[in-house]
Design a protein around this ligand. Structure first.
Ligand SMILES: [Cu+2]
Length: 151
């Protein structure tokens, strides 16, 4: 009897697999990347991530346009901005995590072709709990006064 109960419980768990529901809790807004200049082989993707569910962690990403993709943060070190890979980016309920120039970003390495203004490319984000979410990244200049054109 006990064994049957365990099997039934396991089946229930399988059917109630939380992946789709959790993925739906994650919201990714305004995914964009700056156009690459000249022969630059690297780029960065920015976006705003929030969740209406439990806390989660962005643990990886992949994009067909890039040979390799890493999660990075920019930090000041002796007055020099440095990029460092991070293992994960925390997403807590009720707060927006902003990936933006000068801070957290998804680093796109070994680009297979330049990122051109107006283009869009798919980016798959991997969340620890929520699983994979694909977003479309728009290639454009930064918006707003802080990130406007600097000529
Ligand atoms: Cu970077």
């Amino acid at each position: 009897m006990k064994r049957i109960l365990i099997a039934a419980f396991a089946a229930l768990l399988a059917f109630a697999a939380p992946w789709p529901a959790l993925a739906a809790d994650i919201k990714v807004d305004d995914a964009w990347a700056r156009p690459t200049l000249g022969q630059a082989r690297n780029g960065a993707a920015y976006m705003t991530i929030s969740t209406t569910g439990a806390a989660d962690r962005l643990v990886g990403a992949s994009a067909p346009v890039a040979g390799k993709t890493e999660l990075h943060n920019m930090t000041m070190n002796n007055n020099v901005m440095q990029m460092r890979p991070v293992d994960a980016i925390q997403v807590a309920p009720g707060t927006e995590v902003k990936l933006q120039p000068g801070g957290l970003h998804v680093m796109l390495l070994d680009l297979k072709s330049p990122l051109k203004q107006g283009d869009k490319f798919p980016l798959t984000l991997k969340f620890e709990r929520g699983g994979e979410i694909q977003v479309q990244v728009e290639v454009r200049q930064p918006r707003g006064p802080a990130g406007g054109h600097r000529h």
